[in-house]
Write a protein that binds this ligand. Sequence first.
Ligand SMILES: [Zn+2]
Length: 369
Amino acid sequence: MHSTGLSCSTSPYAIYGYAKAADNKNRLEIDEEAATVIRQIFELAISGKRANEIALILNAQNTLSRNSYKASKGDGRDWIRVSKIGTFWKDSDIRKIVLDKRYTGVAIGNFYERKGIGRNEYRLVPRENWIVVPNAHPAIITDKEYEEAQKMLIRLPRKKTPVKERFLFGKVRCCNCNHAMRRNRGKNASFVCATPISIYSPNCVQGEISESVIEETLLSAIQTQAKLFAKTEKSRLKQHKALVEKMNDIRKSIKRCEDTVQKLVVAKQDYYDNYKDEKITKDEFLLKRESCNKQIERMTASIAELAEMLKNYSDLADQNTELNSEWQNCIGINELNREIVDALVDSIIVYDSEHIEIIWKFADEYEVS
Ligand SMILES: [Zn+2]
């Protein structure tokens, strides 16, 4: 592969700060509007500002976030998604830009790698493993500026929390900005909305919300729902049984009517035979036949009516099918686990430690009455 091709081979979009040359899609040109922002970010980092402080500055001066800027240039991404997650600068955006050596003019062949075969998630490749191609495109910042800015990224390594402890991960959201709240580790783990560290947002959840408070709320909500489910399921089964009994009664009635029709047909034949054998007169016969026909007509109408009723009850029985069995698994639980939380909970919206709303994955949740 030709070396200059590497810089844009991994993405259909030019990286923030660059645009594809009009005459050659493989050549990147500096996008001055975005490059000005990038230079400002590096200057601030070099001056000792931390990532969240830089985000606060950019947001205060109303600089378009990276995603909003790209969207405003019509880069083809989903606007709704962009407008939900990327309308302002976050500290993580700043760190990504400061880390990105491509702004010194190099191309990096393997900046990101897939997290696993077939998975559509990527992670940064450790910098000692980067394949760096120099002079791939014009530089926005110098090598020296890049190296100086890197000190901003030095953070103490953090211990990873075992996955089993993190079953609320990604589900706890701030009522105001709807971002997933960050989990602070420790003996008394808690969740905080990280938005206020990047942008003035007084309506976001303030302070720390204890994880145990959220877990207790969630557990008791699940227990309540499971109880309601059990109650609803019990009455559903009762209803179903009643429906089945009604349907059986109707079937019996239909059978009776059909038997009667059968008997009337036979009677008609007997009257005819009697008439032929001259046991009864023609007038008598006609009268009897007329009477039989009328009864058959009535019975046939009844059968049609009963069949219609049967169909209605059968439709009702079909609608009255088993409710969501996920709740069945929760009857009597005393402890949360990842499977249960994943199966039931879409998200947990936090207002403050006393007001937590749980959004279930199912529309057929049982209202607390
Ligand atoms: Zn928030």
